[in-house]
Design a protein around this ligand. Sequence first.
Ligand code: KG4
Ligand code: ZN
Length: 334
Amino acid sequence: MLGIETSCDDTGVGVVEGPKARFSERLSSAPALEPFGGVVPEVASRWHLEHLPRLLRRVLAELEVRLDDFSAVAVTVGPGLVGPLLVGLSAAKGLAKGLGIGLIPVNHLEAHALSPFVGQEQVPFPYLALLVSGGHTELVLCEALGRYRVLGRTADDAAGEVLDKVGREMGLGYPAGPEIERLAEESRAKVSLPVTRLPDFVFSFSGLKTAALRALRELPEERLADLAAGLQEAVFAQLEFQLRAAVRETGVRTVALVGGVAANRRLREKMERLAREERVELRVPPPALCTDNGLMVAFCGYLYWREGQRFPMDAVDAVPDLDLGEPLPGGEKD
Ligand code: KG4
Ligand code: ZN
């Protein structure tokens, strides 16, 4: 199974054989986006157009396979930016049609939620997933393949978005998350920022963003690391609060920490401690599988393929606002 990911700013290609990972490569368009300080859909689309064919050639060379060795191609159809999504989908449709193989539409959020289990025969449903990325912050009860209950999400910015936005004002590159992590390690006295704790698993980061930007204006330059550490801490404390509440309410035994922000070592440590205290098993993908990649897409597609699900090619389309748990385009309705 070949997997293609182009929903946002990373071009990703991955291959699984059965559930096992065979290949994963990702090219971030961040350098092209750096001057804009964020994702510009046209720039990202052009990036995917240029880099996807190259990545596909690398797969074939690296694995010494031919395109027609694949049984199917899985591709992210949403949520994401329509232009970038269409680049990946057109390529996948072309391959599937030309080679006469299957096409599996993949929900990007579902692929993230399943990412800690790449390589495993069984996914330990039910489990709780905390999905933290640049576009999403969601707490999800994962009941079965295709069956997800979103317990709560953010009312405003996503966790990664706050790091990226405040980071941009701090003069850091895009995306700022990794640089904030690095800077925070140099901090000696972190700036104290407010932690939002709302009921019903609702996340909110706009108050924190305002407070962080105000602190930035008032602080001397040499305390940038302290601000980075304080910002990270306040974001993570809110995530921890909501995850703990959800573990207690649902009684699940397994928790998955996924999405780009899950690559952060400090967050991983905090969540490991939470898991020990709450006696649940924590599953976090390796950092390269936290940020957007094609391997999680290939794995998610494989799980559907293995269940015998097939999708008529003409019905598969890009769905920029696809929700978790929503039927896949071209899929059978229950
Ligand atoms: O999942 P992802 O690659 O793309 C989306 O689907 O949004 O997540 C990207 C986000 C960005 O906001 C980026 O700043 C953040 O993940 N991120 C990090 C780290 N690596 C990536 N945030 C904190 N620490 C990191 N090490
Ligand atoms: Zn993502």
